[in-house]
Ligand binder design. Structure first.
Ligand code: ADP
Ligand code: MG
Length: 236
């Protein structure tokens, strides 16, 4: 066995043994791979925020998540850490194609997510791309076939799913909807529905929002399977 295989066996056992009801306080208490742990250390993240400590254990165990916590509570890492870990534990590699798709309502938010992904994922070997328009469709198309993780806005992503032959999503493992409330408020429901139609049904879906609205549960009903509801409320 190689060193990496030994590491994977150990992490898989630890994830299986992890009780997601127990609230952990720091990233070091989670069963994380060396590349993720060292990426988090490089950006000086140690303690888990509430939403992170409540959502990450379920997400590591492969569960769908419907998470709600206010802006600034650390939702980005609540989904990026499971994305990196779950693909790593599946030994995702260059030729496995697109493993995770992260949808964000705006270009600015997509860029922010991508920057965090680049920093925290720096010691992983996944290829990651940003699909937010702005460049020519053709320029984006050429690179899409080689990406393992994409961060995108809904309209541009659907355009590629309809028109880019190089983009193969049949193997997709994870779908993330960030700021699902804003995705709905901005009128992207039909676009997201059409994107989901392109994706394999057997996958893990993580949906995060700042508020719990009826519209979000409509979206959740369409795309989640037996989700774990994780809501962080402000306490007085
Ligand atoms: P949200 O998406 O919920 O609005 P973000 O993921 O953008 O929140 O995080 C808000 C801020 O908190 C960012 O500046 C981020 O770097 C910081 N942050 C996130 N998680 C942690 C953590 N575990 N420890 C310290 N700072 C964190
Ligand atoms: Mg956010």
């Amino acid at each position: 066995q190689t060193r990496i295989e030994t590491e994977l066996t150990t992490i898989n056992q630890q994830v299986e043994a992890l009780d997601p009801k127990i609230r952990l306080e720091s990233f070091s208490q989670l069963p994380l791979s060396e590349p993720t742990a060292s990426g988090l250390a490089a950006v000086h993240f140690k303690s888990l925020t509430d939403i992170q400590s409540r959502a990450i254990p379920y997400a590591l165990k492969g569960r769908d998540i419907l998470g709600a916590a206010k802006t600034g509570s650390g939702k980005t890492l609540a989904f990026l850490v499971p994305v990196l870990e779950n693909l790593y534990r599946k030994k995702w590699a260059e030729y496995d194609g697109l493993g995770a798709l992260i949808l964000s309502p705006t270009r600015e938010l997509a860029i922010q997510i991508f920057e965090v992904l680049r920093k925290v994922g720096r010691n992983h070997s996944f290829s990651a791309g940003l699909v937010i328009g702005g460049k020519s469709l053709k320029e984006e198309q050429e690179r899409l076939g080689r990406m393992n993780i994409l961060v995108c806005t809904p309209g541009r992503m659907l355009q590629h799913l309809d028109q880019t032959a190089e983009l193969d999503v049949y193997n997709l493992q994870m779908l993330v909807l960030d700021e699902a409330d804003r995705i709905m408020d901005m009128g992207f429901q039909q676009t997201v529905d059409a994107i989901v139609e392109h994706l394999p049904k057997t996958r893990q879906t993580l949906l995060f929002s700042a508020t719990q609205t009826k519209k979000v549960s409509d979206l959740a009903r369409l795309s989640l399977q037996d989700p774990e509801y994780v809501a962080v409320h402000e306490t007085a």
